[in-house]
Design a protein. Structure first.
Length: 158
């Protein structure tokens, strides 16, 4: 069982609340590679925003995530007023609404097949060129050409 007094002590020391009750309260210590605050308690690593939510609300539904929503400017925020429980889908929708999703050339597949190539494939197909011809000239598999044309791949950014 997690010692909530110890959690409160750790958060009190390392959360910056100087901005006031409505500001983001950033975690001022170590973070995950994704930028979320983290703290080790009794040999286990916890996300600090989840602990802040737990302290304020008393419980977290095991089927839900603790979301920063659309109010926070940092993933390190531990202000319970900025946090809410939600589903994975809600979290993804928030990410897209804030422009935090990875699209285009920044996406790992965009490095392999640039979005400019997708645009070219679609334009050439629209002009009447065969998929086989496009595939040969660009050196990409015919199935990839078909998927680009039929919006089965690369629906964002192209």
């Amino acid at each position: 069982m997690l010692d909530l007094a110890l959690v409160a002590e750790r958060l009190d020391k390392l959360v910056d609340r100087r901005g006031g009750p409505n500001a983001c309260w950033p975690w001022m210590a170590s973070t995950t590679p994704g930028g979320y605050g983290k703290v080790w308690i009794d040999g286990r690593c916890y996300a600090t925003h989840r602990l802040a939510y737990l302290l304020d609300h008393g419980t977290i539904d095991e089927d839900l995530l603790v979301l920063h929503g659309r109010t926070c400017t940092t993933r390190r925020c531990c202000n319970p007023r900025h946090l809410r429980q939600g589903t994975h889908r809600e979290n993804t929708n928030d990410m897209h609404a804030l422009g935090r999703g990875v699209y285009g050339e920044k996406h790992h597949t965009g490095k392999r097949r640039p979005y400019t190539q997708v645009t070219e494939v679609r334009a050439r197909a629209k002009a009447g060129e065969s998929q086989a011809s496009i595939s040969r000239s660009l050196g990409i598999p015919p199935i990839t050409v078909s998927r680009y044309i039929n919006n089965k791949r690369r629906t964002h950014g192209a």
